[in-house]
Design a protein around this ligand. Sequence first.
Ligand SMILES: NC(=O)C1=CN([C@@H]2O[C@H](COP(=O)(O)OP(=O)(O)OC[C@H]3O[C@@H](n4cnc5c(N)ncnc54)[C@H](O)[C@@H]3O)[C@@H](O)[C@H]2O)C=CC1
Ligand SMILES: CC(=O)C(=O)O
Length: 312
Amino acid sequence: MTLKRKKVSVIGSGFTGATTAFLLAQKELCDVVLVDIPHMENPTKGKALDMLEAGPVLGFDAQITGTASYADTKESDIVIITAGIARKPGMSRDDLVQTNQQIMKDVTTEIVNYSPNAIILVLTNPVDAMTYTVFRTSGFPKERVIGQSGVLDTARFRTFVAQELNVSVKDVTGFVLGGHGDDMVPLIRYSAAGGVPIKSLLKPEQIEGIVERTRKGGAEIVNLLGNGSAYYAPAASLVEMAEAILKDQKRILPSIAYLEGEYGMEGIYLGMPTILGANGIEQIIELELSDDENKALLKSASAVKAVMEVLA
Ligand SMILES: NC(=O)C1=CN([C@@H]2O[C@H](COP(=O)(O)OP(=O)(O)OC[C@H]3O[C@@H](n4cnc5c(N)ncnc54)[C@H](O)[C@@H]3O)[C@@H](O)[C@H]2O)C=CC1
Ligand SMILES: CC(=O)C(=O)O
């Protein structure tokens, strides 16, 4: 009897898509199909072949296919959407929303056609609104359409806390909630180093500095790179979420989840503490928030709603 390996398709073979595909294969989590537009078919095939040829050196065994045909994605367990454009000079935020929204609709129609039982992970920005578009277009249940931002934002927060304390990042925990923007909400009360609340380890001004740097974490990398946005940490974040689902790990990770009454909100995708397992989002965890934390979360939700208002 041959065991069928799990299959993950990654849509968009750019910086984040290619890095995600490589990490998934390197960890032998699944076979990977990397998809891009027809114009990009040969470069996509080239990237996939190049990754495959790293297998003998790194000692991993996974199929990696580059393609422009969605037929190759048939019966994927997970489909990860990284396709889309980033904002260019002269382009408004609304232009970006319109363009990426159309790409989400086109891509999702193909995903539904070939992988009707898949779990979809969305990365494309503005990610809260794009996850909502994929949810509406797919008709999938809410637990099977999930956005990525909180794992990345929390990773940045943990990195900065570890740097400030000069301790191992492995011992730093945290939780960043809300939309993927300047109003995201790092929950200081739930952040600790080795189990010790960071409030008793750092001065208020140090914590404020870390919160601000986390909120601007994406822009910091954009400014340094000069020609694109972050992709190593975003890809690692997608892979952590995909692994939790593929292995039914029941990990408590922040995900962009659809709210139907949780935290007093309805009809919006927003970063929340969730349990991720084989069924996708298996639970949204409702934390007790202080008045200030609740106010900050509502402010972040308003920013997401403002983007949703320009959705067609
Ligand atoms: N949510 C998050 O935390 C993060 C979100 N992002 C977002 O992810 C997206 C991708 O970023 P990068 O990979 O750096 O961009 P990139 O420009 O390197 O790659 C995008 C790829 O999408 C492809 N593409 C465009 N239309 C397509 C379609 N209809 N079907 C299939 N492929 C298509 C392009 O040909 C390109 O290869 C951007 O919107 C970026 O802002 C990036 C990092 C973190
Ligand atoms: C690009 C992006 O969303 C980030 O680096 O946070």
